[in-house]
Design a protein around this ligand. Structure first.
Ligand code: SF4
Ligand code: SF4
Length: 135
């Protein structure tokens, strides 16, 4: 991937907003890659979890906001348990999703969850669906 680096107020604002929304110290990451090595859905991602953090550190908002990785993260917390700096990647992913514009319409609203489906799906999947695919 070819990227053009800039260090202006826009980039700083993006980084600060992600830190504010996630509560995580983005610059604590030193790119050891343990998060990506343990992520169960890494093979399907276009940008690996450690790369998401690196792009945020560089203030490259467009590259992060356009990634399908944001919607593949299953909020399983494996990365956080492996991270030597304790970075909660699921919160970082959620913070980035929060910045997506336009917000769009609900892709998965409560009306679409039938009682049968609600019985079958693990609660974490339901919560994750509402968090990721609703306005
Ligand atoms: S929380 Fe997301 S990024 Fe972290 S290991 Fe799980 S799926 Fe991967
Ligand atoms: S495990 Fe933590 S320190 Fe290592 S690359 Fe991932 S987020 Fe960064």
């Amino acid at each position: 991937m070819r990227v053009k680096l800039r260090a202006g107020p826009e980039q700083r604002k993006f980084i600060e907003r992600i830190e504010e929304l996630s509560g995580e110290d983005i610059f604590a990451c030193y790119q050891c890659g343990r998060c990506s090595a343990g992520c169960p859905v890494a093979l399907e991602m276009d940008i690996l979890p450690n790369q998401v953090i690196r792009l945020i550190q560089l203030g490259l908002a467009e590259e992060v906001l356009g990634s399908k990785t944001l919607f593949l993260c299953a909020s399983c917390f494996t990365c956080q348990s492996r991270c030597p700096k304790g970075i909660d990647m699921a919160r970082v992913m959620e913070a980035v999703r929060h910045l997506l514009e336009p917000k769009g319409k609900d892709v998965c609203g409560p009306d679409e969850i039938t009682p049968e489906l609600a019985k079958e799906l693990p609660q974490q999947v339901l919560v994750s669906l509402f968090r990721k695919f609703s306005k």
